[in-house]
Design a protein around this ligand. Structure first.
Ligand code: NAP
Length: 248
């Protein structure tokens, strides 16, 4: 599997799953545009790690929820690298709470980042990829988008929305040589899950047939496959990386 000569954009590449995706794609030859919104040091650390392994990449700050910032950033990335072959929509947030008490702003922030953010980036990159008549788009969803979760109506709605977005855009772009797929992780060890109490973590583990939370590399491996030539005939699909917790 080689991505030599390819350019990848990974949103939310500064930490967690996004960083692991950046490192994996760079390790197999891609030049990586690492996006972040609020933590420049973390994004720079991702680049340092890429370079330590002999890879190439640069940092781009933009808020995926802001369509003007996204348009500008994708123009800059295209100017800097001359092309974009891969887009991984990974940036995501949680603002948990029971529906009855959920503030409008918590609904809006999650939908704007996790769903509209992917729309903004796909729209910005699709022009470039259509001209190239090739491209790979991977949307990072969640098991929660498929099974729901009390206290995460906003997050589940956004992630379920990604399924419709992925499948519709897959149909729109298939004839241009662009595939659009998704990866739906279960529970993965990152900053996002580090706040879970020991009690909740042990309940979650008891519901995972493989008995353990996943690692960021497990998700990165699935993404690497979907953007590779091996997956050229696969579009509109989701890979469920969850230790058997949900079998889609
Ligand atoms: P994380 O450790 O909290 O990192 C979130 C990343 O998203 C950071 O790089 C952050 O940038 C970036 N980000 C947040 N809002 C953004 C915005 N508006 N514009 C650009 N970047 C933004 O999260 P994670 O656990 O790695 O999760 C990554 C993805 O996997 C998310 O889509 C999440 O929903 C999904 N997922 C995670 C799990 C899990 O168990 N961890 C399970 C299923 C799905 P800064 O560093 O600048 O803040």
């Amino acid at each position: 599997m080689s991505l030599e000569g390819k350019v990848a954009v990974v949103t939310g590449g500064s930490r967690g799953i996004g960083r692991a995706i950046c490192l994996r794609l760079a390790a197999i030859g891609a030049k990586v545009a690492v996006n972040y919104v609020s933590k420049p040091d973390a994004a720079q650390e991702t680049i340092d790690l890429i370079k330590l392994e002999g890879g190439e990449g640069s940092v781009y700050r933009f808020d995926v929820a802001d369509s003007a910032e996204v348009q500008d950033a994708f123009k800059k990335i295209t100017d800097d690298y001359g092309r974009i072959d891969i887009l991984v929509n990974n940036a995501g947030i949680t603002r948990d709470g029971l529906l009855m008490k959920m503030k409008d702003e918590n609904w809006d922030q999650v939908l704007n980042t996790n769903l509209k953010g992917a729309f903004n980036c796909i729209k910005a990159v699709s022009r470039v990829m259509m001209k190239q008549r090739s491209g790979r788009i991977v949307n990072i969803s969640s098991i929660i988008g498929f099974v729901g979760n009390a206290g995460q109506a906003n997050y589940a709605a956004a992630k379920a929305g990604l399924t419709g977005l992925t499948r519709s855009v897959a149909k729109e772009l298939a004839s241009r040589g662009i595939t659009v797929n998704g990866v739906a992780p279960g529970y993965i060890v990152t900053d996002m899950t580090s706040g879970l109490s020991e009690e909740v973590t042990s309940i979650i583990k008891s519901e995972i047939p493989m008995g353990t939370l996943g690692e960021v590399e497990d998700v990165a491996g699935a993404v690497a496959y979907l953007v590779s030539d091996d997956a050229r005939y696969l579009t509109g699909q989701f890979l469920h990386v969850n230790g058997g917790m949900f079998m889609g």
